[in-house]
Structure formats: structure tokens, C-alpha cells
Write a protein that binds this ligand. Sequence first.
Ligand code: FES
Ligand SMILES: [Fe+2]
Length: 389
Amino acid sequence: MEREAALGLMRRAVDVGVNVWPEMAERHMEVPLDYFSDPATFAKEKALYERSPLALIASSEIANANDFVVRNAVGRSVLVTRDEDGRAHAYLNYCRHRGAEPAHGCGNARRFTCPYHGWVYDPKGALVGLPLRDRHDNLDLGNYGLVELPSEERHGFVWVVLQRDLPIDVAAHLGALDDEIGRLGCDKMRYYPSHEEARIDANWKAVAEGLLEGIHVPIVHAQTFNLNPQAANVDLAYYDGFGPHVRWGLGLFDHDGATQLRATPEAEWKPDEAIGNIWLLSPGLLLANELYGIIYATLTPGSHPGESFFRYGWLSPVSEAPAGMPSPEQLADRARRAVYEDLAVWEGCGRGLAKGQHSHELIGRNEKGLQLFHEGLARETGYTGLRYV
Ligand code: FES
Ligand SMILES: [Fe+2]
């Protein structure tokens, strides 16, 4: 982030800290419970996922030629490769013979052999061989490559659109945040996975809500983040919406620290160290400052409204931690434990939102990040059920 923009956020964080009062929404929001289970709503949200660029993997997951990763992406198996020329590609991981999945897991491979009848593909998706070739001697193999999806490598991620004929433009998708996300430097970081994709019995929006507030942290993460459950400052944050994207953040200082900062010339402020930002980029990409690296997670809907998938990891600019800090592996592991703490309550929310008879959930004025998320998503899908009290 440019210094002037970062100073602007830090001024807001200092105000919040001095006043011990968060930036608030104007009213409480009521979200109908059926918003989390209605099939028509779910279909519109899946359509949004199908047309949006999704940051399926970090570029560093396929750092070298012939590296590959297979990802579940909104119910589709997608093979992401890097070819000999260094270009990333994404393919539907479905064999052109009768549909089996040629690639599995991740690794480095020059060839992907379908496990059913042995058709062989290369990292550019080309069908390069098959058993009993002489039975197919009139067949032009060039017509039977894996189906390539639109993809773009940008800001340290491989972004993919899941519909083969749609355009991809990540800069346009990120809009006003494109430069800010680029400056995070994820293209120079290495991915440390916390866990492979977890299946969650909850609507994806219920999970997204949990990524946009800190008020659960001292309660749910008392074991991992060692915070006092009585802490009064857990909601001391600032919030901004950018179209469908949300950014929120907080000062990494208490009231006394904020008061001291206010008395300090801004030229001496160090926003890189004094504030932390969290981005939830539409529809389900989480990036967040954490110590010296970046949290990188993807949230996608499952096969029905009550199911979602969450993949979580940590990006580090260094392999050795700065003095006195946990290592990248330790941070990825702490993130894994924290996510499993979240999973238990998210699945509770999933049941409550699906089976509760209280007509709507309530999102407080101090949960402005959630309100911005719901408002941004509703604009994308045409949903009109949000209410305010
Ligand atoms: S389905 Fe892949 S070789 Fe037959
Ligand atoms: Fe959490």
C-alpha cells in the first residue's frame, strides 16, 4: 500500500484506539435465515463463482516447470500446471476419452496418465499418447486435449475462471484494490499450507461472516491467540467496501499506544508495523496481514447450500523467521489449529441458520465488515432481502 493510503488507514486506527470505539454501521442489519438455505439464491451465488476470477493457488505452489496442483474448485476438478516456458495453465481435469480424472494431488510431472485406460496428457494439456494407438490411427490427437480454462497469473496467484468461454481480467475484477493487493508482494512469497481443503457443514456465507470480525477471537481462539476473553477492544476496527470486496483492519496498539501515536509526528509513524489489514475479495478470497507474512485462504460453496469448502495457508517472504518470531511452519500450524477452532462454531451456525425458527440473524452495528459483505454480494446477485433496524 502506498504510504499516504496507509497513513490514512493508520489515522483512522489511531482515532478508533484513542476513542476506544470502532467505526460502526449506521444500523443493525437483519439477514433472513432462508438466505442461507434457499436453492435459488444458492444458484445465483454459484453463478457468481463461475464467472469470477478465483485465486485457485499461490504461484509458488507451482514454482518450477512441470509443477502441478489439482484443486477442487466449486465442485470441479481443476489441474493447474506450469509449462516448460514458465507459463501457468488451468485445465478441467477430465479425460477426453470417458471423463476420468488424469491428475491427482500435486507434484512435478511431464505426463499425466489417466487411471482408467491410460490416455496420456502433457503439462500443456495436449493428448500425447494412448494405448492401442493403432486402433485410433485416423484420430487427430490434437483435437483431444484437456479443456483449458481462462487463467491469469497476477500478484502471486494463479487466477482461474471456471467457464471456458468467459474472459478473465483480474485487474478489472480487483478494481480499486488491484494496486494495493499487488503491493503485498505475494509474488515473492512461498506458500506454507495449513491444511488441505476442509469440508464444512455450513453455508459459505456463514463462514465468510466469520472472516470479517474479531469479536469471536478471544472466545473461540483463546487457546491459539492467548487473548483475554474480557478484552474490550476486540471490535476496534475500521472498514471499507470496494464494490463487492471488503477490507477491514485494526491498529496493533492499545488505547495508551494510540494516545502516544497521536502525539507523535506522522512522519515517524510506521503503518507497516502498526496496522494489520484483512481483505475478503469477492467472492471468497481471504488475504490478511499476519506478522511478517500473509494469510491466504479460499472459501467456496459446496454441492448444496449447507456445504462449503475452505482451504487455508500462509505466505512467507522468508524461510527463516525474523528474530523472536515464529517460523513460517509454526504460523501455518497455528493457523490450522485456529481454523479448526472456527470450524466447530461455523458448523453450529450452519445448523442454526438452516434449522432455526427465528426468521433472521442480527448483525450488529459493530460488525460493519459483515454488513459490507452482505451488501456487496446482494448487489452482485440481485438479492433484496436485507433489512435494517
Ligand atoms: S477415461 Fe481416461 S483413458 Fe479412458
Ligand atoms: Fe476465527
